[in-house]
Design a protein around this ligand. Structure first.
Ligand SMILES: Cc1cc2nc3c(=O)[nH]c(=O)nc-3n(C[C@H](O)[C@H](O)[C@H](O)COP(=O)(O)O)c2cc1C
Length: 178
């Protein structure tokens, strides 16, 4: 697919059909993820693929509780997206003593690859940072206490239409030096 078309088709999807995502599609997405550039090719990422409904609902429920506790509607909305999506992928930084900008940028590149790869397969996704408020609980739940949770990604078939892109005009953001 044309790359610009892919960029436009990707959107943050909050509502999913109750349709399973094929393991081979998830494998393709992860293989595309690790093609991302990383600082000194350190490849700091690891992944946890959660298809288990109980485990996924537990994470959604912990985030929903935090949302209620802190009156944070965004947490509650994100928790609902996790509950609806058939698959959740958690992305970790395995280099515990280094959370430099370079490492964070590398993991960001890897996540963007995942989202675009998913879009090409006809899947929708949501990049989630809200789960950081329960990162220790998730690390413990997934037996990943020696790594650090960076983000979670929902994956599934959208139960909503592609959102219009709402972006600032590039001209207003750019200074050229010719
Ligand atoms: C680092 C990062 C963290 C995000 N965290 C959340 C989140 O916790 N919950 C959520 O609903 N959306 C989250 N998003 C999605 C953004 O809100 C979304 O990308 C933005 O509004 C632009 O919309 P679009 O993705 O549909 O183009 C996150 C996006 C990024 C890049």
């Amino acid at each position: 697919m044309n790359i610009t078309k892919l960029f436009n088709l990707r959107f943050s999807c909050q509502s999913y059909k109750q349709l399973e995502v094929k393991d081979e599609d998830i494998e393709k997405i992860l293989n595309d993820a690790v093609l991302a550039p990383s600082t000194n090719n350190r490849q700091p990422w690891t992944f946890a693929v959660i298809k288990n409904i109980e485990l996924k609902n537990k994470i959604a429920s912990m985030l929903n509780d935090k949302g209620n506790e802190q009156s944070n509607k965004a947490f509650i909305k994100t928790a609902n997206a996790i509950k609806e999506a058939p698959t959740l992928i958690c992305v970790f930084n395995k280099i515990v003593n280094d959370e430099s900008i370079s490492i964070i940028q590398s993991i960001g590149a890897c996540i963007e690859n995942m989202l675009l790869s998913a879009t090409e397969l006809g899947l929708s996704s949501l990049w989630i940072r809200a789960t950081s408020c329960i990162e220790k609980e998730i690390e413990q739940l997934l037996d990943k206490e020696d790594e650090h949770l960076m983000a979670c990604i929902t994956l599934g078939y959208a139960n909503e239409l592609v959102h219009e892109k709402n972006r600032h005009n590039v001209k207003s953001l750019t200074k050229w030096y010719r």
